[in-house]
Design a protein around this ligand. Structure first.
Ligand SMILES: Cc1ncc(C[n+]2csc(CCOP(=O)(O)OP(=O)(O)O)c2C)c(N)n1
Length: 956
């Protein structure tokens, strides 16, 4: 059965011979993955032989000829076996921090190469779970954990990695324009399926990448006219053309250049013969994609002649002159599956420096396999016999399927030359990364430790909101950073201070601030960061930019015309949250790739983060380092966006979420995030989400509240009474001196950074009886003032309601809290599930004394979904009631909307009453002798660790 245009021939080029062996080996990898031992009921393993086959020549041409070591490749996920096979033949697997899964060693980066034996084991380990004895595996799709991940972007979700690669190209250019040392001529290749190209993420990115003149980006469409569900049937009637033309026109309309690689060399030869023009005409414009697929599937030369003749009478003679075999091979001879044709097109796309390229490679899904063009072939797995036959063409068998070419053969010489080129390039790259990193570290060391705060003077802003504070911080960081860049570049912008004008404190920030940059999907000016936009938009120099100056046009808005100048710091996006989210990840990977620790901060309305959730997930999975400033957020933005009230709460590994209340908290949080990033101290929290709001808070209230806490009164304060209460044996708290403000703030900061702090804290107050009159209110962000008001109201009724502000749900009871067994919640804030006993009634006839007990219940309140704070009670073991957004919102002032959503002070107080009442009175009976014994014995410490009661299982 004919399944490829050209039979394996002794005179095939060396690259073609290598391609075919890699193909057989990729098929063997998938076959092995699907024929391992498994338990009854285990899910299928799968693999995508047909999709790999269609990409075979494209990837071969990249690996064997076109790609250079500094380039990046991102590949449709399910073709990863092809990349692994080619890398195996090129001997490019190496140990690194992720391959040795059981001993993760972040310090070790690619220093030893695999032995051939290890490489073979890894090829046999596609989609296998690694074990200590057998650690060598490949993930199902390209992953950072793979032994050949160097400059291959992780994949899995289609439609995102190609955009990532586009913005990595931008990050390289930004680095270069800002005076950093990045590899020259890096090209960013992406292989995209034709159905994948229907993803909105790609269409969203296309105009943007072209506008940024990223000529070092090539997207290759694997145009095999099939997707997962079968043969694609585009809108031929409406478009009067195939989807390849639609793709071409889309690309052209968006400012890309396009190369269609339709035909292989065999077809080109036929086109030169009798009726050649007519045959070409039918192949290019006469047949719909579906008709073509059916002809390929039928594999019947007479049927093909007939259909061609129907489409164009001029094909009759030419088709007749061809043998049956020639007709069939001509049908299969697509450009994307002809090594020389695709290689030439890819090489051509590399030459352009200003416009991105789209290469539409016409291919066949299932090329070389019996399932060729079968609409159901997406997950077809060739049988063992077919795999043996493919391997057999290369003198291989399933006994030893992954052998390389014998030393001294032409293929081996070719591959080893490629290996040496790549290994040298990788070493060179690593050296550059280390050089950059060493320079950054030296600059940081010279500047001294990064301060805990940016010291924004808040005295003139008694009422401020957290979004405003972000604007202040951004402006300061950018001002410091660009002053340093100016100094490094040896020139100075007229209107900004130079590095020498920085204060001592600012100078300590200088080394880190240089890497901070901002991005925003068209909400920069509405989120208080206009000052970082003004004359600081980065982008290709615009010739039309000078017209405004020439005409002396005056306008209120910041100057937004982009330049490539080194003091630029902001990347401006259209309403394209997904693009911005992807870019934030690409820039945030620059420390990893080239040792330049850019720290991108993206400002986006919190509600719209979900537009880019998949991109956010990708960034976190990939280990990018960045901040997303989600602002405004929740129902606090009710007057301007009642519809935008769903808060983006996301628990994903590697993401830390913060919700500051007072402006100074934003400063601490951001400063800490920058320090951690610069000092590589951000494991498990490389992604940072800070939610800010536009509802202002009285800033002095922070200190006022802290000053009521016994903690900040010193040790000998004795029992306190609330201000004005005048209780016997207790001192009015307002009359007791407190620690100095800076010491108090240091204490608050420490708690904020651990995830939460007491805003109202009645511990140390007279009559404070946990189990009787105490309730804990956990409030997040802007709702804390309602919680404080509720606490005041409850005091009137004899209830001590402590208020804890949750600065980071993640640290307090999310993934990061879980890691420490909720240390700060349990120990730092002393929230527990203790049963507090009180006598209940007389001793009964049996001589047993009655006791009743209550635990301290919890009320939580947040202007997001209930799940944000809902698990505190279950962690400590007490009754909890959560007030949260449980219905779509309305426009109105926050006070009105909070009431509507039952988040206001009255609702909080009511919820406290509810949990206090509902907290079960647990009845305990104790004999008087036990009571006497308990009374006389020292207090026993509780168990320190649950393992004391539940020892770990003994290992064999
Ligand atoms: C976002 C996303 N949706 C769905 C999938 C599942 N999926 C994997 S491959 C595939 C079909 C891809 O078709 P195409 O892009 O034409 O590539 P081909 O396999 O035909 O080469 C689908 C739907 C995915 N990986 N990512």
């Amino acid at each position: 059965m004919i399944t490829k245009a050209t039979p394996t021939a002794a005179n095939a080029s060396v690259q073609e011979r290598i391609t075919r062996r890699a193909f057989a080996q990729a098929m063997a990898m998938i076959h092995m993955a699907n024929n391992r031992e498994k338990d009854l009921g285990d899910p299928k393993v799968g693999g995508h032989p047909a999709s790999c086959a269609s990409a075979m020549h494209i990837l071969s041409a990249l690996h064997l000829d076109v790609r250079e070591p500094q380039d990046f490749v991102c590949c449709k996920p399910h073709a990863s076996p092809v990349d692994h096979s080619l890398h195996n033949l090129m001997d490019l697997f190496r140990h690194n921090e992720h391959v040795d899964w059981f001993e993760p060693n972040p310090g070790a980066r690619g220093d030893t190469w695999f032995t051939e034996e290890e490489a073979k084991k890894t090829m046999a380990g596609l989609r296998r779970f690694p074990t200590e004895d057998s650690p060598h595996v490949f993930q199902s799709y390209h992953a950072r954990a793979d032994a050949d991940h160097f400059h291959f972007l992780p994949s899995g979700t289609v439609g995102i990695p190609p955009v990532v690669s586009g913005y990595l190209a931008l990050a390289y250019r930004y680095a270069k324009d800002h005076g950093w040392d990045v590899p020259e001529n890096a090209h960013f290749w992406s292989l995209i399926g034709d159905s994948e190209f229907r993803e909105g993420s790609l269409l969203e990115a296309m105009p943007d990448l072209a506008e940024r003149l990223l000529g070092n980006v090539t997207w290759i469409i694997d145009y095999n006219r099939q997707n997962l569900d079968g043969t694609r049937i585009p809108n031929e009637r409406g478009l009067e053309q195939t989807d390849a033309e639609r793709i071409e026109q889309t690309a052209l309309a968006n400012g890309w250049r396009v190369i269609q690689v339709r035909h292989g060399k065999l077809r080109e030869a036929i086109f030169k013969g009798e009726g050649g023009d007519a045959i070409r005409e039918v192949l290019e414009r006469g047949l719909t994609d579906y008709e073509f697929q059916m002809l390929v599937l039928k594999r019947d030369a007479d049927a093909a002649r007939r259909v061609f003749a129907q489409k164009h009478a001029g094909t009759k003679a030419g088709m007749k002159a061809l043998t049956d075999e020639e007709v069939l091979r001509m049908l299969l001879d697509l450009g994307g599956q002809c090594y020389d044709s695709i290689r030439d097109a890819l090489a051509r796309s590399r030459e352009e420096s200003d416009e991105p390229y789209m290469v539409i490679a016409h291919t066949l899904k299932g090329w070389g396999l019996e399932c060729l063009a079968d609409p159901a072939n997406h997950s077809t797995l060739p049988k063992g016999q077919e795999i043996e036959a493919l391997l057999g063409e290369h003198g291989l068998s399933m006994d030893d399927p992954f052998a390389r070419f014998a030393e001294g053969t032409e293929e081996s010489d070719f591959l080893m030359a490629r290996r040496d080129l790549f290994r040298a390039g990788m070493d060179e790259h690593e050296a550059l990364r280390k050089r950059n990193k060493a320079k950054v570290q030296a600059d940081i060391a010279a500047a001294g430790p990064i301060p805990e705060s940016l010291d924004i003077d808040l005295s003139l802003f008694p009422v401020a909101h957290t979004q405003w504070m972000w604007g202040q911080l951004a402006a300061k960081l950018v001002r410091i950073g660009s002053a340093v860049t100016d100094a490094r570049q040896g020139h100075r912008r007229n209107d900004v201070q130079g590095a020498q004008d920085l204060t001592e404190h600012e100078r300590r920030w200088a080394a880190a601030a240089e890497y901070v940059m901002t991005m925003s999907p068209d909400v920069g000016t509405s989120t208080n960061i206009s000052s970082v936009l003004n004359e600081r938009i980065y982008g290709p120099d615009r010739e039309d930019g000078s017209i405004g100056k020439e005409l002396e046009v005056k306008y209120k808005h910041p100057e937004l015309v982009a330049t490539q100048d080194a003091w630029t710091r902001h990347i401006r996006f259209e309403i394209a949250e997904a693009n911005a989210m992807t870019a934030v990840g690409s820039f945030g990977k620059m420390a990893h790739y080239v040792g330049i620790p850019f720290f991108p901060i993206m400002t986006v309305y919190d509600f719209f983060i979900k537009r880019a959730l998949d991109q956010l997930y990708y960034n976190l999975y990939w280990g990018a380092e960045f901040v997303v400033m989600g602002t405004p957020s929740g129902v606090t933005l009710s007057p301007e966006g009642a519809q935008h009230s769903w808060k983006s709460d996301i628990q994903i590994p590697n993401l830390i979420t913060w919700e500051p209340l007072f402006a100074i908290e934003v400063d601490w949080i951001l400063s800490d995030a920058i320090r951690r990033h610069m000092e590589d101290d951000n494991d498990g929290r490389r992604g940072v989400l800070i939610r800010a709001v536009t509802r202002a808070a009285k800033q002095k209230e922070l200190l006022e509240l802290m000053k009521t806490r016994a903690r900040y009164k010193g040790h000998d304060a004795g029992l306190l009474a609330p201000k004005g209460a005048g209780w016997d044996g207790a001192t009015d708290e307002s009359t007791v001196a407190t620690m100095p403000a800076d010491e108090i703030l240091a204490g608050v900061r420490a708690d904020v950074m651990e995830g939460g702090y007491y805003l109202v804290d009645y511990r140390g107050y007279a009559g404070y009886e946990p189990g009787d009159n105490v309730v804990h209110i956990f409030a997040m962000g802007s709702l804390a003032d309602g919680a404080v008001a509720a606490s005041k109201a409850l005091l009137e009724r004899g209830i001590y309601a402590n208020v804890i502000h949750v600065s980071s749900p993640e640290l307090l009871f999310g993934i990061l809290g879980h890691e420490s067994d909720y240390r700060h919640l349990k120990e730092g804030l002393s929230i527990d599930g203790n049963l507090h006993l009180v006598p209940s009634g007389e001793t009964d006839a049996a001589g047993l004394a009655g006791l009743a007990g209550r635990r301290v219940p919890i009320v939580a309140v947040c202007d997001g979904e209930a799940g944000l704070l809902d698990n505190i009670g279950s962690i400590v073991g007490v009754r909890q009631e959560t007030l949260a957004v449980r219905k779509f919102s309305k426009c109105g002032r926050p006070s009105e909307v909070f009431k509507y959503q039952h988040l206001d002070a009255d609702s909080i107080a009511e919820a406290c009453g509810k949990v206090l009442s509902e907290t079960a009175l647990e009845d305990v009976r104790v004999s008087s002798t036990t009571l006497d014994r308990v009374a006389g014995s020292p207090r026993q410490a509780g168990i320190g660790d649950w393992r004391e009661l539940w020892p770990a299982p003994v290992k064999d």
